[in-house]
Write a protein that binds this ligand. Structure first.
Ligand code: SAH
Ligand code: SF4
Ligand code: F3S
Length: 451
């Protein structure tokens, strides 16, 4: 059975984007061919997200649309993969006429499941958790990209009380140090200049005696690329030692995504987040002391069960104090399996919506203020795209800059921000530079001053 064509649609987080590369590789090794037009496909694969009910509703809407294609093309296979497959299982077959339901630990078996479907014409379900790490599968990525991702761990053990991820991704497990190095080397060989290590909580990564900081130092030492990022860090696991080590890495970018969720200690405890707002704030201040110009972004949620106006105001207060460069903002969405389902009273949907709108307005002002502070600043950008007549690159602290010039993709340039349009930075080139490789070692000076 060769030359069958598949189309893949990806929803959800960066982990799913990475998994799409793993799936492409697995499919390609079994002679399936990817197509970009769904109408040409013999097999449609939908890689799904369950984190909020809205994410599921969107994917289900798309499935409803695609299953009509089956009338035009009898024999078309529709497969639901990933977190929603794990969550809804047989329901997808019963209600949505899906042919394959494949959980996030079962992608290796996709070709076998497809074969089995062709043989038996029976829907195939594979949702067992097996602590799969997809070691030795180098994801198929876009060769032209200068930014690359490595999933260094899978699953999650934190059980934040609102979150479905531990139930749809299984237990936390780390990929081996040697495999991560192999993947990094492969990305570098393919022209990647910026590597981002990803996981639900990268700070918890470990392999025998090696911890996340050991891993960072190893990857930092590799030649042939400029920038090292990681995502997501859980505040409860972040210590001064982390900041000190980050600041000594040659390729560290002074940008960290540190999900806050709420500014109320009562709500944080109910969420099972493992830190107080004071502890969170202290960690931010330590980071800023050790690494000047450190940029923080975050995730915030409103409308968690029992959240009062006062709790909500504490969240706004903390955002005002910290001044994140950007925040992903969400309204609490009740998810199956989670402890928060049982926490009452729930917040009225209308109140939650109003809180979200005010939160977005409040943070957007801060985001704009932060963006405006870049005017006339000098920064180094790594060029990622060129579409006539603009080149686009990002600063080390993760801001997109647009330059009206044809610049070399994958190269670093020094530029000055000359204009700001909305949230977009516009720059002019000062010179081409390789100074990014020599990251300043801030730590020593800051240690002298004391924390
Ligand atoms: N592992 C990461 C992020 C996981 S999901 C972390 O711990 O930060 C990304 C974000 O989605 C979370 O930070 C949270 O803000 C949001 N989220 C997760 N579950 C949610 C739910 N049930 N309702 C609303 N937002 C949710
Ligand atoms: Fe969900 Fe919490 Fe795990 Fe993040 S750390 S994936 S929010 S349970
Ligand atoms: Fe969504 Fe699964 Fe990621 S629930 S956020 S795709 S881990």
């Amino acid at each position: 059975m060769c030359e069958l064509k598949f189309y893949i649609k990806v929803y959800g987080c960066q982990m799913n984007q990475y998994d799409a590369g793993v799936i492409r590789r697995i499919m390609e090794e079994s002679n399936f061919i990817e197509v970009s037009d769904v109408k040409e496909a013999d097999i449609i694969l939908v890689l799904t997200c369950s984190v909020r009910s809205h994410a599921e509703i969107r994917a289900l809407g798309q499935l409803n649309f695609w299953r009509r294609l089956k009338y035009e093309k009898p024999g078309l296979i529709i497969g639901v993969l990933g977190c929603m497959a794990q969550n809804l299982k047989d329901l997808l077959i019963e209600k949505f006429n899906v042919d394959l339901v494949v959980g996030s630990d079962q992608y290796r078996f996709l070709p076998k499941l497809i074969n089995e479907y062709y043989k038996t014409k029976l829907p195939q379900v594979a949702t067992e958790f097996t602590m799969e790490n997809y070691e030795h599968i180098i994801p198929k990525t876009n060769n032209a990209s200068v930014v690359g991702y490595i999933s260094i761990m899978r699953g999650c053990n934190n059980y934040c009380s609102y979150c479905i991820v531990p139930y749809v991704r299984g237990r936390e497990r780390s990929k081996s140090l040697s495999q991560i190095v192999t993947e990094a080397e492969s990305l570098i060989r393919h022209g990647v200049k910026e590597i981002t290590l990803i996981g639900q909580n990268v700070l918890a990564w470990h392999d025998n005696n090696a911890d996340f900081l050991t891993l960072l130092k190893e990857i930092d030492q590799l030649d042939g690329y400029y920038r090292l990022r990681f995502l997501t860090s859980h505040p409860k696991d972040l210590t001064v030692k982390h900041w000190e080590t980050f600041s000594q890495l040659k390729k560290f970018c002074p940008y960290i995504h540190l999900p806050l969720q709420s500014g109320s200690n009562r709500i944080l405890a109910l969420m099972n987040r493992g830190y107080t707002k004071e502890e969170y704030l202290e960690k931010v201040m330590q980071g800023r002391q050790i690494i000047p110009d450190l940029v923080f972004t975050t995730d915030v949620m409103v409308g968690f069960p029992t959240e009062t106006d006062d709790d909500y105001k504490e969240t706004l207060d903390l955002l005002g104090k910290i001044k994140f460069d950007f925040a992903y903002m969400f309204k609490y969405s009740e998810r199956p399996y989670t402890k928060a389902q049982k926490i009452t009273p729930k917040v009225d949907a209308k109140i939650a919506q109003e809180r979200l709108i005010r939160l977005i307005e409040y943070q957007n002002k801060i985001t704009k203020e932060r963006i405006n502070s870049y005017l006339n600043k000098e920064c180094e950008i790594l060029v990622e795209f060129y579409t006539y007549p603009y080149s686009k690159g990002r600063t080390k602290d993760n801001k997109m800059v647009i330059i009206k010039d044809k610049l070399e993709i994958g190269e670093i340039y020094r530029c000055r921000i000359t204009n700001i349009k909305g949230w977009t930075l516009i720059g002019e080139i000062i010179d081409k530079s390789n100074c990014n490789v020599q990251n300043k070692v801030y730590y020593i000076e800051n240690l002298k001053e004391g924390l």
